[in-house]
Design a protein around this ligand. Sequence first.
Ligand code: SUG
Length: 437
Amino acid sequence: MNRPMHWIEGQVDRIVGPTHHFGGLGIGNVASQAHHGQVSNPAAAALQGLDKMRLVASLGVPQWILPPQRRPDLGLLRALGFAGSDDELLRQARDESPTILSAAMSCSAMWTANAATVTPGCDGAYPESCLTVANLDASLHRAIEPLQTLVELQETFGNAVRIFDPLPGGAAMRDEGAANHMRLACNAGPGVHIFVYGDGKPRPERYWPRQSLAASQAVARRHGLRDEFTFFWKQHPRAIDAGAFHNDVVAMSDGDLMIHHDFAFAETHQAYSQLEQAFAKRTRRKLTRIEVDETSLSMDEAVNTYLFNSQILTVDREGESRVMLCPAEVAENANARRLVQRWRDDGHFSEIHFVDLRQSMHGGGGPACLRLRVPFPEDEVDSIAPHRRWSERLDGELRKTIRREYPTHVTLDDLARPDFVAQAIGARDRVAQILCP
Ligand code: SUG
């Protein structure tokens, strides 16, 4: 079979669910911990996500939409020993372990960058793109996502993508998906991969690294990536201790551009020159690598603003024009604003947009956390899952349903209330219905 020549990247976001709340469940995630127990607004969260999708689609980038996952996950509660009717289960969990109740109600699947690692067909052993669903085994509330994610991605992409099950192996193979993977390429041709892991020495002192080297290696092996163009870099323990166990909080990349904090990686300059050489060999072009030092933006500022979690989009066929969607928090920080301004003046970005995603940001997820990049051959894009592809009609129906049915005010005490749960199940099902074929 001839390999298609031109690959373009689709964005896959998920509608935030009606049980969106601030459970403080993200261990080592500074924003998640800081907002624990605050009142959330699921309607605003879902609409903010839709605003971002509208902007992406308006830039001519294909955008797909997944429904919220089913919550509460009563199967989790029963498996952990709670018993009785559905209402009793929730009440028991509330009384005995509010953390387990919160996990069973969590909407963390909205951060689709953690759903899977994806590599295009032009890079590996298969003609189609390969996708390994992440097991998310590092956290209870996230480890319940992959089984539904697998089915949803199969339903959405069918045979257009080769989909692999989550890695087995528990903690040794803990995998957080695309948040810890970067791909560099040129003109939609073959690329170079960097997998970023956190375990091993030097170890962080405060937080547990969420991505293991063994998991990253297994994903690269499954997808048949070529050793010569695949790098495994260790996260700097300082980044993990500052709250950046996901590499996409301290580094970002698109095409031939890579921007990272000085303390993103525990690697020497030799690693950077090996990467640059491999990139030149693979693409016949020069990699643009921008390092941000601690005086230009401290690690804490990087984590507080989520500057490196901006969503970068290539908006022309030649790969020359890039747009950056920054969290609104970037505009509020002088150092972060200055950097963005400089990158635009230097011609790395043609447009900068600031997006209000505060409901997601308070759970520790920015614009890039909310999207999974999936590359497709250009001539296949229009045939893929039209029922889940962003359109004015879909956007209108989703907004109407969210405004009508979603709660606007949720506290941890609401999570076991039968009327709240019934309303949330109904709202979720009606949103899912809109996204059915
Ligand atoms: O896994 N937060 C998520 C944030 C994921 C961010 N993703 C990327 N960087 N790609 C996490 O820590 C918080 C849930 C809560 O607080 O209830 C949470 O799960």
